[in-house]
Design a protein around this ligand. Structure first.
Ligand SMILES: [Zn+2]
Length: 285
């Protein structure tokens, strides 16, 4: 039982399991969640809503925040809105400028943040064991990419990307859609021809995960030897179901999180720590 082990015993067993998983392609599936980005100073969605500061390692100078020239620069401004106001298609259609500004502020925080030791440990592992790691992330920032991981399965999209809200009626007739690179600057940028707006390339409330991404993640979970969930509360579905899927198919489930998560019952091994503190040692082999 996971609970009967000392932390040292659990870590030793986890290292052994990870080492065994390096024996074949796809042996190790790692799922990362908001806790991992938070360790780099990127607040979780709700913390950002409540005005948590971004990127303590590289704080945004007060004058720069003030210079943003939008109400979001004021701490606590966003807390007046419901999450669905800021992260749904309906919310965007109702107040496109507000939602765009919210995402611009969060993008600003992502640009200021740096990958932490946990991100670097995952990238180093991928380089040392080509093909073994399948990395699945619930995070919309680009810290795994900047650390050097390639092919990460991004369940909730990419906050640094934008895409069109609608299909451009004019260009669609010719079999083409208007290129987001043609968007005229604005809040949000738009298509000069048809008025179409750019929206953030993330999955919003009420939207389905990209089918290719969730299918690939489920395949990885059910065929891995070890599923390691890092910094995830286990509260967001269907990502939370990956641990139970791995377990049902005979995989060893290791959960690395500083506090209890909703998927702890699926764990063979529980590691109460953070990505930056523990992943470098856990993935060193
Ligand atoms: Zn257009």
């Amino acid at each position: 039982m996971a609970s009967s082990l000392t932390p040292e015993q659990a870590l030793a067993q986890a290292r052994t399991q990870v080492a065994l998983a390096t024996g074949r392609p796809g042996g190790l599936c790692v799922l990362t969640g908001a806790g991992m980005s938070a360790e780099s100073g990127i607040p979780t969605f709700r913390d950002a809503l409540n005005g948590a500061p971004t990127a303590p390692a590289a704080p945004v100078p007060q004058e720069e925040r003030a210079g943003l020239g939008r109400p979001g620069a004021q701490p606590g401004y966003w807390s007046q809105f419901d999450p669905a106001d800021l992260a749904s298609e309906d919310g965007f259609r109702a107040h496109p400028q507000r939602v765009w500004d919210w995402y611009e502020e969060r993008r600003h925080g992502v640009r200021k943040a740096e990958p932490n030791a946990g991100h670097h440990a995952l990238a180093d592992f991928e380089r040392r064991h080509p093909g073994v790691l399948v990395l699945v992330s619930q995070n919309v920032d680009d810290l795994h990419q900047r650390a050097g991981n390639t092919g990460t399965i991004r369940l909730h999209g990419d906050i640094m990307e934008s895409r069109w809200l609608d299909t451009c009626s004019r260009h669609a007739k010719g079999g083409n859609v208007c290129d987001p690179d043609w968007a005229e600057s604005g809040r949000p940028p738009g298509c000069a021809d048809c008025g179409n707006l750019l929206r953030p390339g993330v999955v919003w409330f009420g939207e389905s995960l990209p089918l290719g991404a969730i299918n690939a993640a489920e395949r990885a979970a059910q065929s891995c030897d070890v599923l390691l969930a890092v910094g995830t509360s286990g509260a967001v579905w269907p990502a939370a179901g990956l641990a139970s899927r791995a377990r049902r198919h005979g995989g060893t489930v290791i959960i690395l999180n500083p506090s209890a998560s909703e998927i702890d019952t699926q764990a063979h091994l529980l590691l109460r720590s953070t990505a930056a503190q523990l992943l470098p040692g856990l993935l060193a082999g």
